[in-house]
Write a protein that binds this ligand. Structure first.
Ligand code: 6PG
Length: 220
């Protein structure tokens, strides 16, 4: 686990992402995007980087239960800041269909990942994650049922704190990643980071612990 205090948050994030998506590969590079407000400037800067976008597959770590044109949609945010600006293969953009019933949407999404997984679990080259002030990540919120999921890769998760359901990756698919990059900005999250650093934390964010992959915490 690597903690980086960055004086150029966007620049450092883009460099880490670009390096994880570069080099020879016999299959598309797989990156999962996170939602919220923190990643948007990172995605905007990433859109300016010369990558072989035709060889990159995009997934989403979670999505709100809204249509793709809704202001709360993570897909909408990522499309406006990145996906609509680079030459991705449409087939390689895997959108969580927030407009569906979340149980159906989660099952459909997991099926689409399974269809692309040669053997075993779908393995990302890089998963981007944010963190809330309550220590949630993706839509794995404290006290919610998805925290206990050990088989499914994608589930519907009721979040009482938000009085809504979300579609979210679970720990099995998150912890199968080769690399995880936490994008964390703001003094109000520092105490959570310190709690994680203490090793005493059982917050959702602390259960991100890839079997073989590396974890980078990029802090602003
Ligand atoms: C979401 C995200 C969520 C987000 C954190 C941090 O759908 O909202 O997946 O996990 O990353 O809540 O959000 P901010 O970047 O807005 O602080």
């Amino acid at each position: 686990m690597q903690f980086i205090e960055s004086s150029d948050f966007v620049g450092d994030a883009v460099n880490i992402i670009a390096s994880a998506l570069s080099g020879e590969s016999n299959r598309p590079y797989r990156i999962s995007l996170c939602g919220g407000s923190t990643p948007e400037p990172v995605y905007q800067a990433l859109a300016e980087v010369q990558l072989d976008w035709s060889n990159i597959e995009i997934t989403f770590g979670d999505e709100r239960c809204v249509p793709p044109d809704h202001e709360d949609s993570n897909f909408k945010m990522a499309s406006g800041s990145l996906l609509n600006k680079v030459s991705l293969n449409e087939m390689n953009i895997l959108r969580m269909r927030g407009e569906l019933d979340p149980v159906d949407a989660a099952r459909e999404y997991e099926d689409s990942l399974r269809q692309r997984s040669e053997t075993g679990i779908y393995t990302h080259d890089l998963i981007l994650l944010g963190m809330g002030e309550d220590g949630h990540t993706a839509s794995l919120f404290p006290g919610t049922s998805a925290l206990n999921e050990s088989d499914r890769w994608v589930v519907s998760n009721h979040v009482p704190q938000k009085e809504e359901s979300r579609i979210t990756f679970t720990y099995p698919i998150i912890n199968a990643a080769r690399k995880i990059l936490f994008l964390i900005r703001g003094e109000d999250k520092r105490r959570i980071v310190d709690h994680v650093l203490s090793g005493e934390s059982d917050l959702p964010v602390s259960l991100v612990d890839p079997e073989e992959g590396s974890v980078i915490w990029l802090l602003d």
